[in-house]
Design a protein. Structure first.
Length: 222
């Protein structure tokens, strides 16, 4: 999630370091209909970029059928803009999937946020709608998501849909979590209460391994 790296749903590095591990796990993929489902024991995942030094094990990520045609028609809508007025964040949202290394792909610029298209959408009314992006890049410097860590609980967030309408959320928590401790199954849950999850990188930065932490913001419908 930052400088030239892919978002590892630990997102970003110098902000999106999460998706940057070149030694990430292999994925059994047969096209976009297959969704990575990371087990609690799997080290890498769409939201975490483990340092290459720890990526000696390359566990397979199980997948499940996520054919959009099998879902309710409202799933055809997708988030296309993220607004957090209190933090000066107003960014277009683009759909992203899984990168070649098995991690969540990220936009290459700090001027966009990626939405994990194999997960929940606001219209689903259940599960986690996951948005992630770089905190900075070498070429652009710090981006709007650098403000994520300063957002307070209760702050209002709006996610607009591509077919019109919008969904409003209220922030319930903002946490800085060591990437090794990020609970991926919870972040990418496709069931349970509806929520919005925003992710970027944070904490100390190391030129070899990138950012140590992820900034993880959670919000519930308001």
């Amino acid at each position: 999630m930052g400088r030239g790296r892919r978002l590892a749903v630990g997102l970003l590095a110098p902000g999106l370091l999460l998706l940057t591990a070149s030694a990430g796990p292999s994925v059994v993929a047969e096209g976009p209909a297959l969704v990575p489902q990371v087990s609690p024991t799997a080290v890498p995942s769409p939201t975490q970029i483990p340092p290459a030094a720890r990526a000696s094990a390359r566990p397979r990520i199980p997948v499940v059928n996520a054919d959009a045609s099998a879902q309710p028609s409202e799933r055809r809508t997708r988030p296309d803009r993220l607004r957090v007025p209190a933090a000066g964040i107003d960014l277009p949202v683009i759909p992203v999937g899984v990168a070649d290394d098995g991690l969540m792909a990220l936009p290459e610029t700090v001027a966009q946020v990626g939405w994990y298209e194999f997960g929940a959408r606001p219209a689903d009314r259940a599960g986690s709608t996951v948005l992630a992006g770089h905190v900075d890049t070498k070429r652009e410097g710090l981006g709007p998501l650098a403000q994520l860590r300063t957002i307070e609980t209760g702050t209002e967030i709006t996610v607009s849909a591509d077919q019109g309408g919008s969904h409003r959320y209220r922030v319930t928590s903002v946490r800085k979590i060591d990437k090794d401790r990020v609970r991926l199954p919870e972040i990418f849950a496709r069931d349970g209460a509806e929520r919005l999850v925003l992710i970027t990188c944070g904490g100390p930065f190391d030129r070899r391994t990138g950012y140590r932490d992820n900034i993880v913001l959670e919000a519930e419908p308001s």
